[in-house]
Design a protein around this ligand. Structure first.
Ligand code: G4P
Length: 536
């Protein structure tokens, strides 16, 4: 009886803790207002007291920043990697994503650890390149997305045009939940379609709560009292159009990633944020089930499981410890416990674990599904690793994407080959870049999303591993993971053996030199499938 009662207690608290968690990421093209919005959300949550407390993790590429400057700035992003706060009895975890496009791969991986996303779009610039790419990643997992159209205090594009652009470029349906009344100099407020109230705009509002007028539908005469006649007429016309054109908000469609609710506001003026946050707390999903290569695992299962989605190295070469960021997927994480490391097939004890609340890191004794814990690591963990209480399944969903830039690693000191091997392996575990080793001649080619990573690699290999390298240009357009019947793959590999490499997991990759050539090869080998993502 006693045991039953104890178990029951644990189950109840697990269910409660899961229901309280909302773990999400904010994504945006650089400069759209991600940092500003994050800060305002933290202000609402009481996690910070003053504006300006959240540092941008943008990397200033302007005036001759050398590698260390970049790394120092990057260091900021560790402190702000995960920001937790409490709001309306919920525990909200914001996972920060790097602002610089060169670190896009970091962002892709971070998105595997969230349950939903808020996407910030600049109303002047509309949908920009980075946003499109990030949306593709969200679509791979049907991650629910809420859009926040920012900078309403500027003369932006027509709201209907912006919504059309989102639908077309991001390939998702939208449903406006609020509507701007004017824009730029003539911005008067937002009409909250979702809550049926009117939020009047006040430039540079420092207070958290703006003047919100409760109204009873768009025809309420209270609106006429608040706004000039022409603005009211235009608003009523536009809301009629909105309700005619867009389907009613459908929670299921949002949760399955088919429809994005849209809010309008101005982050820097703290305007339209409360509407966004309140709606987010109502509609955003609590921790969702995740898949291993064996089965689906529900957050409410009593056994702990989680995976590593990010590793950050200590910048001090004398202390090669790192922090591995683990997303808890099921059960309760307890500091000091031994957990099973599936890839190594052994148990590891985690006596040091950190939680992230706003800007402080603090030791945690327990954590729940949806939480992120920082684990101190001396080289056992790598991105994509699964930890659990003993089963073999590995969490799926941290794929590698074909890099954009490729260079060959040239070892400048033959005496240090071993150090180079080790350094490359460890830096690849951290996800700094991807390594492709050719079948022929063991040539090593590094692939990255941005040019910056080559500098990072060169510097760190020398400083941390005493390995001196140079990077040589190579002519590669894309790395394609290959799939298909064994016989088709064998025939292909035989034919193209000079262009076949293995990725860090030993998976076969075709290193295509040009787009045209890749197309030709695809036509010539119809039974081989070429993928730009390592998981297919
Ligand atoms: P990011 O993290 O997405 O890259 O963007 P961030 O929040 O750093 O914002 C980029 C710039 O846009 C900042 O200006 C910020 O103040 C401004 N901004 C954010 N929200 C709004 C808004 O609602 N309206 C207007 N007009 N501007 C907004 P900055 O000049 O780069 O920096 P700062 O000196 O103003 O901080």
């Amino acid at each position: 009886m006693h045991t039953f009662a104890a178990n029951f207690e644990i189950d109840m608290s697990l269910t409660d803790e899961i229901a309280k968690r909302r773990t999400f990421g904010i994504i945006a093209h650089p400069d759209a207002g991600k940092t500003t919005l994050t800060e305002k959300l933290l202000l609402f949550g009481g996690a910070i007291q003053t504006a300006g407390a959240v540092k941008s993790n943008k990397i200033d590429m302007g005036t001759r920043s050398d590698w260390m400057d970049i790394e120092k700035q990057r260091g900021i992003s560790v402190a702000t990697s995960v920001m937790g706060f409490e709001y309306k009895n919920l525990k909200i975890n914001i996972l920060d994503t790097p602002g610089h496009a060169d670190f896009a791969e970091d962002t892709y991986r971070t998105l595997t650890a969230v349950d939903s996303v808020i996407m910030v779009i600049d109303c002047v610039k509309g949908v920009e390149g980075q946003t499109e790419k990030l949306m593709e990643v969200c679509r791979m997992r049907n991650t629910p997305v809420i859009c926040f159209i920012n900078k309403l205090d500027r003369e932006g594009q027509d709201p209907f045009d912006l919504l059309d652009e989102i639908e077309q470029k991001l390939n998702i349906k939208v449903r406006p939940m609020s509507w701007p009344i004017g824009m730029g100099k003539s911005l008067r407020g937002v009409y909250n379609i979702y809550e049926n109230n009117l939020n009047l705009y006040e430039a540079k509002a420092q207070k958290l709560v703006n003047d919100v007028v409760e109204i009873n539908g768009i025809d309420d005469p209270k609106i006429d009292e608040q706004l000039p006649e022409s603005a009211v007429a235009e608003l009523r016309e536009e809301i009629e159009l909105v309700n005619g054109v867009y389907d009613e908000f459908d929670s299921e469609a949002y949760l399955s990633g088919k429809v994005a609710p849209v809010f309008f506001g101005s982050a820097v003026n703290n305007f339209g944020i409360r509407e966004l946050l309140d709606c987010f707390t109502e509609i955003a999903p609590p921790p969702v089930p995740r898949f291993t290569d064996d089965r689906e695992i529900k957050p409410s299962e009593d056994k702990f499981s989680g995976f590593i989605f990010k590793i950050h190295a200590n910048m001090d070469p004398k202390h090669r410890n790192r922090i591995a960021f683990a997303r808890i997927c099921s059960g309760k994480f307890q500091r000091g416990s031994n957990y099973y490391h599936v890839r190594h097939d052994k148990k590891i004890r985690f006596s040091n674990a950190t939680a992230f609340m706003a800007q402080q890191k603090e030791t945690v004794d327990e954590a729940w599904p949806g939480d992120i814990v920082g684990l101190y690591d001396t080289g056992n963990l790598k991105i994509g690793d699964t930890l659990n209480e003993g089963e073999k399944g590995i969490y799926k969903g941290i794929p590698s994407f074909s890099p954009e830039l490729f260079k060959e690693v040239i070892n400048l000191d033959a005496m240090k080959s071993k150090q180079l091997e080790k350094g490359l392996a460890q830096l690849m575990d951290e996800g700094v870049a991807q390594l492709f080793t050719y079948e022929m001649g063991a040539r090593k080619v590094v692939g990255t999303v941005g040019a910056l990573q080559f500098e990072v690699l060169q510097h760190r290999l020398l400083n941390e591993y005493s390995a001196k390298v140079q990077f040589a240009q190579v002519n590669i357009f894309k790395a394609c993971w290959i799939g298909g019947e064994d016989s088709a793959i064998d025939a292909f590999v035989k034919d193209k053996y000079r262009h076949i490499a293995k990725d860090k997991e030993g998976k076969l990759v075709f290193m295509a030199e040009t787009k045209a050539w890749l197309q030709m090869v695809e036509e010539n080998f119809p039974n081989v499938k070429f993928h730009s993502i390592s998981e297919f």
